[in-house]
Write a protein that binds this ligand. Structure first.
Ligand code: GDP
Ligand code: CA
Length: 329
């Protein structure tokens, strides 16, 4: 069975680990968000790609959800001693090595997709991880700064430094209009039996991936099931509500499903707290959606996959799924 998932960082990576447990024999391609990417200290940092790579490769700081396990911060302290910032973005010594390798390869002319593949040679995440695009796309947020007035800041500055404390007037994926999907992205979607949206941020993770020309249409042609990142009218963690508000979408499981739309979404998993929620043209199922431990997370992934296969069957495309998930389910 071939599965494509569109993933951001923590929410995406945790779901993917559950998906691997639920369907160990499945061929999984992950299309990663690169809108959060940022250049710091002359190095190219790709937070979402790295979170997926480290989580699935066994190198993640489990408590934090991002960054490396057993990390030290000597380099950051030394940079600080020179007065060189930013100090608000946590880059550890081990993590720095990843960004040095990436930057060196990019400078030598390799596209980000090839760099990501090379980094994954070490981490062996067990999925094919492809950035949404080799072209630079940066999520910018327009805020009303009390000191500097209305200005656009890089997503990381808004999210990490400001903790989304200044309301976003608008959010834009700068460069997306002229970006092309990375090699392999459209083919993976076309070849997929089903496409899954993990409970990643619908605006700045999944939404950014869908904003790359060609990806949305390719996904819309498939059977797509999403997992709601919103439970009982609030994000489970993080500040997704601030992103939804910025684009005029209510923070609710229903509103997020309708924002994706029935042209894109065939099925939508909501938490038991949202039982009874309906979304026009979308098959909604409720079940526990807290990724509290590996078993609970695998059960969520299994439910998303089962719903997708059921809907695929119903739409008459079910013949020929090589269901070698190997879990006996
Ligand atoms: P990313 O978008 O994948 O980079 O990940 P974030 O860490 O920013 O989180 C994205 C979304 O995942 C947030 O809106 C959270 O509400 C949601 N989320 C985090 N943990 C869980 C969980 O256990 N269950 C569900 N359903 N959503 C979660
Ligand atoms: Ca992210």
């Amino acid at each position: 069975m071939r599965i494509v998932a569109l993933a951001g960082g923590i929410g995406g990576a945790r779901f993917l680990r559950g998906l691997q447990a639920a369907a160990p024999a499945a061929d999984i391609t992950v299309i990663g968000n690169t809108g959060d990417d940022i250049s710091l200290f002359g190095l190219r940092v790709c937070p979402d790609l790295d979170t997926v790579m480290y989580t699935l490769g066994g190198g993640i700081n489990e408590e934090q959800g991002w960054g490396r396990a057993a990390e030290t911060f000597t380099l950051k302290e030394e940079l600080g001693a020179y007065g060189v910032g930013p100090g608000w973005f946590g880059l550890g010594d081990r993590d720095f090595a990843t960004h040095i390798v990436r930057t060196q390869m990019l400078a030598a002319g390799y596209p980000l997709s090839a760099v990501t593949e090379a980094l994954c040679d070490r981490w062996k995440p067990g999925v094919r991880l492809i950035p949404m695009s080799d072209d630079q796309v940066e999520t910018h947020v327009v805020v009303d700064d009390p000191e500097q007035g209305r200005r656009a800041v890089h997503f990381q500055e808004w999210w990490v430094r400001l903790r989304a404390s200044l309301p976003a007037r608008s959010i834009a994926a700068v460069g997306a209009d002229d970006a092309a999907p990375a090699p392999g992205v459209l083919a993976a979607i076309a070849d997929a039996d089903v496409v899954l949206f993990p409970p990643s941020n619908p605006v700045v993770s999944v939404g950014t991936i869908l904003s790359v020309p060609g990806i949305r249409d390719a996904v819309a042609a498939k059977t797509v099931v999403g997992v709601s990142p919103i439970i009982g009218g609030a994000p489970v963690r993080g500040m997704a509500d601030a992103c939804l508000t910025a684009i005029g979408v209510e923070t609710s499981a229903r509103a997020v499903a309708e924002h994706y739309g029935s042209d894109l979404l065939d099925g939508w998993l909501v938490d038991e707290a949202d039982e009874g929620v309906r979304a026009e043209g979308v098959e909604v199922r409720s079940r526990p959606l807290l990724m509290s431990d590996p078993e609970a997370t695998a059960a969520i992934a299994r439910a998303a996959l089962d719903l997708a296969l059921e809907l695929r069957e119903r739409h008459g495309a079910g013949a020929g799924v090589d269901d070698t998930a190997g879990d006996g389910a």
